[in-house]
Design a protein around this ligand. Sequence first.
Ligand code: FRU
Length: 476
Amino acid sequence: MANKESFRPVYHHTPAYGWMNDPNGMFYKDGVYHLYFQYNPYGSVWGNMHWGHSTSTDLAHWTFEGCAIVPDAWGAIFSGSCVVDHENTAGFGKDAIVAFYTSAKSTPWGDVQAESMAYSLDNGKTFTKYEGNPIVTSEEKDFRDPKVFWYAPGKHWCMILAVGQHMEIYSSANLKDWKKESEFGAMQGAHGGVWECPDLVELPVEGTREKKWVLICNLNPGGPFGGSAAQYFIGSFDGKKFVNEFPTQTKWMDWGKDNYATVTWNNAPEGRCVALGWMSNWQYANNVPTRQYRSANTIARDLTIYREGGELYLKSTPSKEIKKARGEKVSVPSFKVAGHHEVASLLKDNQGAYEIEMVIQNAGASKISFCLLNEKGEKVSMYYDVPRKQFVMDRSKSGKVDFSSDFPAVTVAPATADKEMTLRLFVDRSSVEAFGEDGKFVMTNLVFPSETYNKMCFESDKDGYTVKTLRVYPLK
Ligand code: FRU
């Protein structure tokens, strides 16, 4: 019988106990990354939403700081964001941390959602609720997840809110009084479910001096493989209105089933844009086979924009800090796969938490298959379908999959490389995150193996391929 905690990730953020969903209120200050999260301290299913709080100096090792914001007469504390008020625009104090969240209340007449605020004068450890709450209200039933940020050219604050199946943008000079400026969303992108957890960030376009705005829109259900997923739009923003400049296709941030509620850090250092997702899916988040706690976050990802074939896309690269979690590297000498090949042991002492760096040179194969495998025969199968330009992951035989009929799944990402494929796989005790082509595609999937995957098998058709690089780093 596997240890009850055998699925607890080693290098992904999880709550010590209780339930977690969306990452909230992320800000960086004085060398510390603050992460708040939708938190139920009283059980490991959704309910009683608080903001839990954790901190990290390296995005890979986290310290739980307790509950930062707790429910009150206005209701539960749903998702939102934090800003650092450097200029004391709100009057709470210079460098006050100001949190924005949704007050969500069930009443006999239905659910009421409104935006509230709280401020902290001890760097985000404890918060005082603003006496004027709620600060933004509406008749809409789904009216939530405020993301607030400073718009430097206009010298004002912006708030983007998810409202039903559109976004609303508000502006403010003092963080307390908000004016609605615009709406975005009609006829744009995917509408298979409710829009949630928005973000709006300006990012550089790689290889140019240009910058573009990216509107992140989490959607549930209606993701490409069912349930929750994050889509995005790229365009321009003038402090009031966002315009999607590439409206022809729906763009997904991640091609797995388990990257949701992705938002970014305010004030990240070196002008970086660092994103974090909730590594689950509302289809089965309450039923995954952990008990003491439920849910983890993805690893942190740096976002940039790249151009391909006249279109702009988001690139998600593992944040560089993850390299600090690396232990001693194991390098497998280059080998050719013509038919079948097995790497019988990835690590001598495999704790179930490692990164694999791979470079594959295609010698004419149309299917490049490989899998992570354990002694029980449980496996995560992956392949490149070269003619179709796809990377595919199949977790249907990955271990425990029977807790939800939505869990066994095959997920597919666009993969353009056909001669040389580079891939980084981040494996933890209950997840696999694949970053292909330096982050041009990402695929995040949960897995629940009954023991660690410590083998890899490779298969090819036609003229085969060479695995030029295969490096394994244990992660701590
Ligand atoms: C997204 C979400 C948010 C909401 C929160 C409640 O996963 O539904 O829209 O604020 O979860 O926990």
